[in-house]
Write a protein that binds this ligand. Structure first.
Ligand code: UD1
Ligand code: CA
Length: 461
């Protein structure tokens, strides 16, 4: 029998105080909704329907990445009303319907699988995932009869004091038999303190009809923590970040200080790489083996080969070949392709630069819109003057060229293979292969200048 998942994600998320839909706020670099979508897929859902409301276009673009259908709940009239929006896409569907909230990124696929398996085994019409918590405030409480059968769920706003003392709560995750589900939802009223259609009321509807209702307890209640505000977002961030670090440590990566290391969920890191404190690896970054990252490295959507060193540097949307050394204090901006055994040293900025194997840009340089060959040496203070105020122009430096210190290369310009540039030159014309390009005024020495100056000063006093 089939499994469909419905993800409730239309709520305004008022407590986030945000203009963005709550479920799109990121945890360890990816929208929290994406965690939930991955979990329901991994639990075997072959249909995934996301109920979106505010900001549904943005929600749809995230759903599109993972795959799933979006239905729109125009007005947020409650969780039962939200689930009813899935009736049309699920018409004729037979099997089970798993219902989860879009704001629980910590929920694990194993837990969902256990819920679905036990639901199927028991033959219940509905099975709710519950949790025992010390502080049940804000959650729906699970009310049972003397025999332990579930009678109903009562919400925080509606509970009598003795009900609110109950510590077994509704996690908001359910498994339903599709058969009769939507008919039952339509029988739910808004007769409650909040005037909403509560999904939780379906348990009382079934219990009254004599349809069996079951529950499955969750092992670890932190897993079902809903994110309602920015503090909870930070808590989830911390937990997921730690689990990402644990995963990489289990796979052979050394993390010197997990407290100060931030690795996004999408990143991938090779074994025997050592990550020093204050390192941030963002987005779909792919790091090779035996690299040394940090202290103080920020890598954004980067690709690094093996044995690369990056220290006190920011590298964005660029690739770096094996055994290259970046930093300390380097800024590699988007679009750089750095080859193997390259050195990009202190106070060097690169932008859209291709740097060939074995080349060195050791200090104080700006290299932008440039193609640099192999074994090129770029002296301290070299600047590619790539912008004329209107357009960007390319600089080409061919294999084995040597650029003396403090040179300005006014693009478009080409320095030929093996050519030399004299220190302090401003180069505006191409330099042929093997030539020396010098463009600076001749030095003049004025003899005895100091003593003449001192005499002059004496006379004037
Ligand atoms: C809900 C449950 C509560 C449970 C808690 C678990 C109900 C009535 N209450 O309360 O028993 O303990 O979750 O976290 O179900 N949503 C819609 N459309 C709506 C209303 C809500 O899509 O009209 C979505 C929200 O985006 C959210 C989810 O449903 O993802 C839960 O809504 P929320 O308002 O957070 O419910 P709680 O008050 O937390
Ligand atoms: Ca909630």
């Amino acid at each position: 029998m089939g499994l469909a998942a419905v993800v409730l994600a239309a709520g305004k998320g008022t407590r986030m105080k945000s203009r963005h839909p709550k479920v799109l706020h990121r945890v360890a670099g990816r929208p929290m909704l994406q965690y939930v979508l991955d979990a329901v897929r991994a639990a075997g859902a072959e249909r995934v329907i996301v109920v979106a409301g505010v900001g549904h276009e943005a929600v749809a673009s995230v759903v599109g990445v993972v795959g799933g259908e979006v239905v729109i709940q125009e007005q947020q009239l409650g969780t039962a009303h939200a689930l009813l929006q899935a009736e049309a896409p699920l018409s004729g569907f037979q099997g089970e319907v798993l219902v989860v909230c879009g704001d629980t990124p910590l929920l694990r696929a194993e837990t969902l699988t256990r819920l679905v398996d036990q639901h199927r085994a028991s033959g219940a019409a509905a099975t709710v995932l519950t949790a025992m918590v010390d502080n049940p405030w804000g959650y729906g409480r699970v009310v049972r009869d003397a025999a332990g059968r579930i009678l109903r769920i009562v919400e925080q706003a509606d509970g009598a004091p003795e009900e609110l003392a109950i510590k077994e709560i509704n996690t908001g995750v359910f498994c339903f038999a599709a058969e009769g589900l939507f008919a039952a939802l339509r029988r739910i009223s808004t007769a409650n303190r909040q005037g909403e259609y509560y999904l939780t009321d379906i348990l009382a509807v079934y219990a009254n009809d004599g349809r069996p209702v079951a529950s499955v307890p969750v092992d670890d209640p932190t897993e079902v923590h809903g994110i309602n505000d920015r503090r909870q977002l930070a808590q989830a961030e911390k937990l997921i970040r730690r689990s990402v670090l644990d995963y990489w440590m289990d796979n052979g990566v050394t993390v010197i200080d997990p407290e100060s290391t931030y690795i996004d969920r999408e990143a991938c890191i090779g074994p025997d790489t050592i990550i020093h404190p204050f390192t941030i690896i963002e987005g779909e970054s792919i790091i090779g083996e035996e690299c040394a990252l940090g202290p103080g490295a920020r890598l954004v959507r980067c690709r690094l080969g093996d044995r690369v060193t990056v220290q006190y540097a920011v590298v964005v949307e660029s690739s770096i070949g094996d055994r290259s050394v970046i930093g300390p204090f380097a800024y590699v901006r988007p679009g750089c392709e750095i080859g193997s055994e390259v050195k990009v040293g202190d106070f060097v900025e690169l932008k859209k630069a291709r740097v060939g194997t074995g080349s060195k840009i050791p200090h104080l340089s700006y290299v932008g819109d440039a193609v640099i060959g192999e074994k090129v040496n770029i002296g301290a203070g070299t600047i590619t003057c790539n912008y004329d105020g209107e357009k960007k122009w390319p600089t080409v430096i061919e294999d084995g060229a040597f650029i003396g210190s403090n040179a300005n290369l006014v693009a478009p310009v080409t320095v030929g293979r093996g050519a030399y540039i004299g220190a302090g030159s401003t180069i505006r014309r191409d330099v042929p292969p093997g030539a020396l390009g010098v463009a600076r005024s001749e030095q003049k020495n004025i003899p005895d200048w100091k003593s003449r100056k001192e005499k002059q000063q004496k006379r004037s006093t």
